[in-house]
Design a protein around this ligand. Structure first.
Ligand code: HEM
Length: 449
């Protein structure tokens, strides 16, 4: 149970009993509950009284400078923890690799297959998919915000990757199950592993099949058919029509075309894993971000009015300011979890200096860093125009900084903008308390503005 009138640290201490296992469980339950329901308040107390908190399952790092250290010292704070489950449920990707030639090789090819020059194309896909999803929405009629927030990124990313034929509802479901098993399963719980394994078993053969069909349509993909006997006999073999490469290749087609050059060759199975990872990295976090932003705006009616006015502007920049500030109060994830690979002293020279031991799991709480008054002016206020590199570090993780960062910076504001252009969203259901992945539908209605 949480008592908001008492200090969080006092409640954590009170959860300690004679039984170390029971204490650890009770304390981690409280921490999980506070991160989901009241992260801003919880982290404010930690930053002030215990900024590096060694909790039973991991150490929480909450001050801006220490979070920045953990996120950027990638040789010391590694993504090792992800390795086992990423390999099990997704396959080879970039995220589980330490700084290494292998990481650079895979990342370079990913950059060519999924390049930033496609931002305009992705924006166009988003406009089309959001129009299709919002077409049936009628004023004053309940509409599931969460359904929209989940389906839009799923529909857009699968199409962009070259996997458009996968059913959108299944993509939402599979990606959530895979993400839960691969990324959010610190304790390796069977109840998360089992749905992730089932989703992988369903989706991977489908991606493999699309890959083979796509390959056959590319230059050199299908072997030229044997000419008929009579054509061979009389030497009248017809020249084969030259297969042209696609004018606007998708990510899958780019990966396949790069197979013809040894330096950029990626094996079919690794292409399948990379596409699966892109989808899973995109869908859950983006869905949560879109829903969270709209919820935060709705809870501030004056800000919402201004955000709606911004949504009617021609460029996306105006609405983006509202989106990132709203997300600062309700992030899709509290931060990034890393493994400390060698003893390292954080907060050196301060009263909170602490050595984190090799092998410790560390949660770099970026949500907390984005509210740290030592770096962010008036952090509790909803203010536009904050410096992005300090206040909006949702995508940062040093070497592993999100490859979808600039796509997300188009996708999330555009999703919100298209909705706000229709009118004023009003809650039909009670506002969700928890800030995590929205498991439940959340009905809103659009009042005419
Ligand atoms: C189009 C959507 C997205 C794609 C394709 C995508 C893709 C990726 C990829 C490939 C990585 C690994 C980068 C590397 O290891 O070098 C990554 C990491 C990351 N992404 Fe994204 N992402 C997307 C959306 C998001 C969103 C919406 C957020 C949060 C608001 C986010 C937050 C992160 C973070 C924090 C990391 C670092 C994780 C770590 O170091 O453990 N991503 N993403």
């Amino acid at each position: 149970m949480t008592d908001q009138s008492k200090s969080f640290l006092t409640q954590l201490e009170a959860a300690r009993t004679q039984d170390p296992a029971a204490s650890a469980k009770a304390q981690m339950q409280l921490i999980g509950q506070w991160i989901a329901a009241c992260p801003v308040e919880f982290f404010a107390e930690l930053r002030e009284k215990s900024p590096i908190l060694p909790a039973p399952a991991f150490t929480l790092v909450t001050r801006f400078e220490d979070v920045r250290d953990v996120l950027t010292l990638n040789e010391i704070f590694t993504t090792d923890l992800l390795k086992q489950n990423m390999l099990k449920f997704i396959g080879n990707t970039v995220i589980e690799l330490p700084p290494s030639p292998e990481y650079e090789q895979r990342k370079s090819i990913l950059r060519l297959a999924f390049p930033m020059e496609d931002l305009g194309r992705y924006r166009q896909i988003l406009l089309e998919e959001s129009a299709a999803l919002l077409a049936s929405l009628k004023p004053e009629t309940p509409f599931d915000l969460v359904g929209y927030a989940k389906k839009l990124p799923a529909a857009a990313i699968k199409r962009y990757l070259g996997l458009g034929e996968l059913p959108v509802d299944k993509v939402v479901e599979w990606m959530h199950d895979i993400n839960e098993g691969a990324v959010r399963n610190l304790a390796n719980l069977p109840q998360l592993n089992q749905p992730a394994a089932a989703a992988r078993a369903e989706v991977k053969p489908k991606i493999r099949e699309i890959l083979q069909r796509t390959k056959a349509k590319l230059p050199g993909g299908a072997p030229a058919p044997e000419p008929p006997f009579w054509e061979r006999l009389f030497g009248t073999v017809q020249p084969q029509l030259k297969v042209e490469p696609p004018a606007e290749p998708n990510v899958l087609e780019r990966y396949l075309m790069m197979q013809s050059v040894p330096t950029t060759y990626t094996a079919d199975e690794d292409i399948v894993s990379s596409l699966l990872f892109m989808m899973s990295a995109c869908v859950d976090l983006t869905a949560t971000a879109i829903a969270n932003v709209v919820i935060e705006l709705m809870q501030r009616p004056e800000v919402l009015k201004d955000a709606i006015a911004a949504a009617h502007q021609d460029t996306d920049d105006e609405i983006a300011g509202y989106v990132w500030e709203a997300l600062r109060f309700r992030q899709p994830s509290p931060g990034v979890i890393n493994t400390c690979s060698q003893d390292y002293t954080l907060a050196q020279g301060t009263e909170f200096e602490q050595t984190v031991k090799a092998g410790t799991l560390v949660l770099a709480c970026s949500i907390s860093a984005m509210h740290d008054p030592s770096a962010i002016e008036a952090p509790t206020e909803f203010k536009l125009g904050r410096p992005r590199h300090l206040a909006y570090t949702f995508f940062e993780s040093g070497l592993h900084t999100c490859h979808g960062k600039y796509f997300s910076m188009v996708q999330i504001p555009l999703a919100v903008k298209q909705l706000l252009r229709l009118g004023v969203p009003q809650a039909v259901d009670a506002f969700p308390i928890s800030q995590g992945y929205p498991e439940q539908a959340f009905q809103i209605k659009i009042a005419r503005s």
